[in-house]
Design a protein. Sequence first.
Length: 407
Amino acid sequence: MRLQDIAAYSWRSLRNTSLRSYLTIIGIVIGVLAVVVITSISEGVQRDINDQLAAFGPDKMIIVPAMPGGGGFASAGPMQGATSGKLFNRDADSVRSVVGIKSVSLGVYGKSSLAFKGKEITATIFGADSTYFEQWNEYLSIETGRTFGENERRVVVLGYDAAKKTFGKDELGVGNILVINGHDYRVVGILKKIGSSLSSGDDSSIYIPLEDGRDELRSQLSPNEIQYISVQLEDGFKSSDVQSIIESKLAANHKVRVEDKDFMVVTSEYINQTIGALLTTLSAFLLFITLIATFVGALGIMNTMFMGVLERVQEIGILKAIGAGERDILLVFVTESGILGFIGGMIGLILGLLVLVVVGSFGVPYWVRLRIFAFAFIFSAAVGIFAGIIPARQAAKLDPVDALRYE
């Protein structure tokens, strides 16, 4: 039999068993849909994270409190008189004394009452100095207005979502008054929307001058306490060059060994390693789910082809009687299973793209690459072909005489 005759014959056979063929195709559709959606979202998240981490370059680091031994962040809240798991002004002074440090910014944060146009909510506010915006000017860039200056008081800079969504339909703009813990703060700037997968907190941030932040959060802080230190290095220096020096100085301040430090120095290398490990684990889990969906689809095709062999024993006998060889019979059934896989792949790819468009409208990052299209087609056809090989070999080896007498 010629290849075009085999293809035409296989297509007619599938049309004659259309309901079972459709049910079989669903299994492949699910597998390809899972591959397209999971792969695209996974790559989109990684790309989105990498873009955001570019702002946290090797010239920046953040120092935050941690429990002794570095076992995680210390819980926020007043611990008057306690120094374990806390940072203070003297720690910032020690960091400034390290060679290679360009600038040091201090900050505090905590829950406060916010009111605007008669609506009152509780949200986290950040007390920051003007240096903070200079250090992170590429990440925290102004859309309207400006940041606050060194000696300004009772002014506020809002993240994009903080201005647009905090009070529902009542949007905050430059010049509006936001009431924080009963005190009036004039909005002087609105930040551009960052819009990445890690930035939801930053887009909702509310920044006030450091001294105002200490006043508003004094019940939550010890005297002279700070909750993070943001560091920018001089050109030519990397975080790895000064990290050990900073850790030694702060450990001496806190009267602990470096290996038992109650603070954490967060660098770009640390973030990349941590997030990289999480993404690897997540990708492996999603791949496992995809393989299960693929296995289910392959079983569906195999079951359909086995049923086809049982139902078409006499037909196979007739084909062999008129001259069809084992190779021809094998090709007929493999072609049928390949067609099922290919059609399922096309439908799965289209549905996958539609799903990505829908989830993308809700802010989920995704990245559709050309290789995903190619992989979806090759993957679906290959699954179909390999799932059909065993029943095809069974059909090809049937004895024509026994097949003709089969009822």
